[in-house]
Design a protein around this ligand. Structure first.
Ligand code: DGL
Length: 284
């Protein structure tokens, strides 16, 4: 049952990801929409999503979205690229049935739109997880938005896990990032989509390796613009007079590990983190 308050605009925005990575997206949302409340679910117990099947990701996405809707989310942001690529359409259909007033926004199309606007040469690179590249979702979206633009996709199976484990960054991280840049340098792309939530953390490394003239497009800023527009169009934006909003977290894995690691990704403190047992939620 959706916890509808008397004022729908005062309800939180629900955000979810495979773990801490989506906090790079939440960071942009907190900056762009300081008056909104946020509830973030990090599915750390089932990280990484990047080598899971599309069927699994669709089931996870529906399960987590149900939790967010039960907590009264007025809008769902799928912060995870792998989940967006596999599950956004399924999720939109599911939400239209269970909570027709709630919109679902993924990270894929907003980033593609920014990238095709940015490219001058018409050759865009994509770094993403294996499941995201295999889904073909970025290639389809770029082809729809800008039929003349070529997309060079590089699956990066090791990159998100190595970034997550890699603090402080060492030579292994540098070598991994460099290897994934190679096909993009060969193809002479002028724009690169950072198609996974973790990659903004290695943006300085990527920029140095690819060259300063290559435009890096991260999902966070792109999706923040779309969320803002959707809230305004639906008259769901929280009143600025309410002051700064709150943000809190549910995670399916170890709460302390999420809090410690999450602070690096969010670049802000994580003060309110609770555990989430999805099987218990499903049974409730
Ligand atoms: N959030 C995931 C993504 O954007 C990070 C990587 C993973 O879970 O494999 O694809």
């Amino acid at each position: 049952v959706t916890a509808l308050g008397p004022d729908p605009s005062a309800r939180p925005i629900g955000v979810f990801d495979s773990g801490v990575g989506g906090l790079t997206v939440l960071h942009e949302l907190l900056v762009a929409l300081p008056h909104e409340d946020f509830l973030y679910v990090g599915d750390t117990a089932r990280f990484p999503y990047g080598d899971r099947s599309a069927d699994e990701l669709r089931a996870f996405a529906v399960e987590i979205t149900d939790v967010l809707v039960e907590h009264g989310a007025k809008l769902i942001v799928v912060a995870c690229n792998s989940a967006t690529a596999a599950a956004l359409e399924t999720l939109a259909e599911h939400v239209a049935r269970v909570a027709p007033d709630v919109a679902c926004i993924g990270v894929l199309e907003p980033a593609c739109r920014l990238a095709v606007e940015a490219t001058r040469s018409g050759c865009v690179g994509l770094l993403a997880t294996s499941t995201t590249v295999a889904s073909g979702a970025y290639a389809r979206t770029v082809a729809r938005l800008a039929p003349g633009v070529e997309l060079v996709s590089v699956p990066c199976p090791k990159l998100a896990p190595i970034i997550q484990e890699g603090f402080p960054f060492d030579q292994r991280v540098v070598d991994t990032v460099r290897a994934y840049c190679k096909p993009l340098l060969l193809a002479d792309v002028d724009t690169v989509i950072l198609g996974s939530t973790h990659y903004p953390l290695v943006a300085p490394m990527l920029q140095r390796m690819l060259g300063r003239d290559v435009r890096l497009v991260a999902s966070g800023p792109a999706v923040a613009v779309e969320v803002e527009t959707t809230l305004q169009e639906g008259e769901l934006a929280h009143d600025a007079s309410a002051g700064e909003g709150h943000y809190r977290f549910l995670c399916t894995g170890d709460v302390e590990a999420f809090t410690t690691l999450g602070t690096r990704f969010l670049q802000m403190p994580l003060l309110h983190v609770a555990g989430l047992d999805l099987r218990a939620e499903a049974a409730a």
